[in-house]
Design a protein. Structure first.
Length: 174
């Protein structure tokens, strides 16, 4: 039970830390993404404070969900158990891949908006200054990529952990 709780806390801490770092970047790319495109969670226009608040607010439950899934994949059933320590490296790799994907998506969104392929629709188009449209879409695409890759990657990671335990259990029986 102790390792289950540690795995869940590890995932919450990792996703919140990732979210804070990620949002320190995206608040500086487009402050409007947070101040106009989202409801207010703190009364501030400080990129640092918004990055921290938005790093925690939507990411703790993502980490909790990932933690429960990963803990179940690592601990449930009769197969050899995985402990939290064995999941640190795969979790860091997942977050690194998510960050790289976010960077690529942000650059793509910025360039596609800059060349006129993409644009904001109303009411955002009027609310965000025209000079900030490309940056807004860049931040949007970065967040979309992070959540998409993080979700898919978390599911794949849990599957690898679980199937790895099954394979390890079969080796012990032979």
């Amino acid at each position: 039970m102790k390792q289950t709780v540690i795995i869940i806390l590890l995932c919450v801490a990792a996703t919140v830390l990732y979210g804070i770092v990620h949002n320190q970047v995206t608040t500086r790319i487009s402050l409007e993404y947070f101040t106009i495109g989202h409801c207010e969670i703190i009364s501030s226009t400080s990129p640092t404070l918004l990055g921290i608040a938005w790093g925690i607010h939507p990411n703790w439950w993502v980490g909790l969900s990932l933690g429960v899934l990963l803990a179940a994949a690592a601990r449930a059933g009769k197969w050899p158990k995985r402990d939290a320590r064995s999941l640190v490296k795969p979790l860091l790799i997942l977050l690194l891949i998510s960050g790289i994907a976010a960077g690529i998506a942000g650059i793509a969104g910025y360039r596609l908006t800059g060349n006129g392929t993409l644009g904001l629709y109303e009411p955002l188009a009027s609310a965000v200054p025209a000079s900030g449209h490309a940056a807004y879409i860049s931040a949007l695409w970065m967040h979309t990529a992070s959540y998409t890759i993080g979700t898919m990657g978390g599911l794949i990671l849990a599957l690898f952990v679980f199937t790895g335990r099954i394979r390890a259990g079969k080796k012990k029986c032979v």
